[in-house]
Ligand binder design. Sequence first.
Ligand code: MN
Length: 306
Amino acid sequence: MKSVAATFATMSAAMVAAVVLSLSACAQTRTGVAMTPAALSSTAAPPSSTVVNLTRREERAVFDGSPDNFTGRVRVEMLLTAHSPDRTSGGSVTFEPGAHTAWHTHPLGQTLIVTSGVGRVQFWGGPMREMRLGDVVWIPANVKHWHGAVPKTSMTHIAIAEQLDGQSVAWLEKLSVAQYAGTPEGAAAAATAVTMPTPANPAQPSRAQQLFGDVAPGLAQLTDDVLFGNVWMRPGLSKRDRSLITVSALVAMNRPDQLRSHLALAQQNGLTQEELVEAITHLAFYAGWPSAVSGALVAKEVFKAP
Ligand code: MN
């Protein structure tokens, strides 16, 4: 309490009044907090801009997700409503096991903060990612995606998005059963932007099969089954971390052909262009300036590709 009092001593009277207002709900139990008589004795109704907007849990709206936009049982508890000029709204969304959103986009992006359970999130054409308690997911603006629980466990996340012209979401078609299950049929339907090998998919030759399957079919098979079907799927590291490690190794070894593919895959796995450039810059001091410059030139080429 000493530090709180010391902090208050450095504040202006207006700041103290604002802090006291924010503490008023629990003032009875915090008798040690030093409050100024002026702040406590004011009986006139304050301007609305100084009244703290505090809603109790039991006052908040809780509703079921519309079956038009969700599969399975989904409960939404509104936490944030946009107060002009603020345009941010959000809520806590609980998905029962197997429940999930339809495909959708957000005009200015969305942040998901997982507060319990285990879920899935996937961008159109990208790999399905598992998300757990404490994970934070950023969905960029206008990126088609879905999120929800895994089949056998429920998941709750806080979802926060900024509105554009009063809208924070644009709903699209629902997932097929195969898309939610992540089976090859579902992967093929969502594979338009996939540029790297995925585990063997009879409907579409993998990137490895396309590149060298004719001359080295065994190597292509091992690449699909062991490297991308097993090593990359191991849960000990996230795919984002595996991409950062792989890109770093390829820059250090000066392997532009493989780096080209992996810079694209790294972005699908959640690394930003800024982070990849920062990694290449860092590597100049460990792998040598020429390797970093070669890597930067490959990155320039990959980032410019549509
Ligand atoms: Mn979303």
